[in-house]
Design a protein around this ligand. Sequence first.
Ligand code: UDP
Length: 462
Amino acid sequence: MGGRSVRGKVAQTTRVRHDRDVNMKTLPVVGRGLNRVALLSVHTSPLDQPGIGDAGGLNVYVVELSKRLAQAGVEVDVFTRTTRGGMPPTVAVADGVTVHHVPSGPLQGIDKNDLPAHLCALTAGVLRAEASRAVGWYDLVHSHYWLSGHVGSVASERWNVPLVHSMHTMAKVKNSRLAVGDTPEPHMRVVGEQQVVDSADWLVANTKDEADDLVQLYGADPQRVSVVHPGVDLQVFTPGSQSKARATHGIAEDAQMILFVGRIQPLKAPDVVIRSAARLVERDPQLRTNLVVVICGGPSGAGPERLDELRQLAQHLGIADLVRFEPPADRHELADWYRAADVVCVPSHSESFGLVAVEAQACATPVVAAAVGGLRTAVDDGVSGLLVDGHHANDWADVIAPLLDSKRALASLARGARKHAENFGWSATAASTIEAYRQASHEHALNQPAGVRLAAGGRSSA
Ligand code: UDP
């Protein structure tokens, strides 16, 4: 860890808080410009297919944010781990966005929980990459997920630039809402997250709920947390013909279709969808003729046994013939899956935002989601979808059944769904992130010893 003094920071904050009563936009950025950012995504590569293993919303977030930052004039270098032989050292993802593969530890077979042992090598690789550039190459470090925060902490201190951190998920939150039989996050992660919160100049939270968790559970300074909603690609995820989408995926035109999309792990609770479907059929045996449940995604956190367990569950509940398992789909295929569905279910036990919920709504498909964490922001209850308390199949069936029964109710939510999703474009995410960068830069500059601050203040700012 970088080991910056927490005590010093609190003292600084008292002084800065007074300044912040002024609109930040009117403040000059005391410090360097914002031309180039090192973005750290240690445990998963933005180039990986989301929806399986450790690749999910964070991967999508990193790619989309980086592209939009570059479009806004901030060049982005993304650093991630080399996980296969023969990977090129760098990959240009878009204009102004380059992914760097940093060798650290064995290429394959490392579990996410074993990665802390390899952070030293990874940090060295990131520092080496910067050292080959002109002095002052990066203006800021933005780390994603706690493992990256540790690398970011060292890099930001070495380069004397601000560290902005996005947690995405937090061990304390996950552990407080574990699914039955799920494994708690290790204590090491809780401690590691605390260190990152203490050492970052600025934190970015996906929702107000996440910001509150950072403050209440990790003692973050509320004045140094920005709430920035993730986005959705409103050009890819668009409303479209349901029958065409169904034809693409081989779903009958008259089917009543429930869709789950995401990594197959207890936290995401795909079993709740299967149990609820069984309850629906029990209550209305007629549904057996046309109900289709699609589970799209790959196993995460364990091997293929997770999928086997779900298959067995469907078998046990007598609805195996109604449930279809689909491998992870790319963005365009996924858009068609959303369009094909009558309802998309997101029954997660905890969720820092829930991109799947917003993507489905962008395709004008209503969402039934658990009333937890970021899903309460991602879904406008009663307008774009419905929120359900708890995870009992009966409660979920109570909410889904009337929707499947009423084309009118579905159509009304579908209209609200697209409208609600339009609040979450990635360009808005990038604009708010740049604002957070400015605030972090300001904070960082104010924390410099007087001489350094004066010198930094003399440089141009973006
Ligand atoms: N995803 C995908 N293909 C799949 C399943 C999921 O591309 O087959 C993507 C999905 O579109 C979404 C992300 O994975 O962007 C999942 O993000 P979410 O926030 O819902 O959950 P997370 O994986 O971050 O827990």
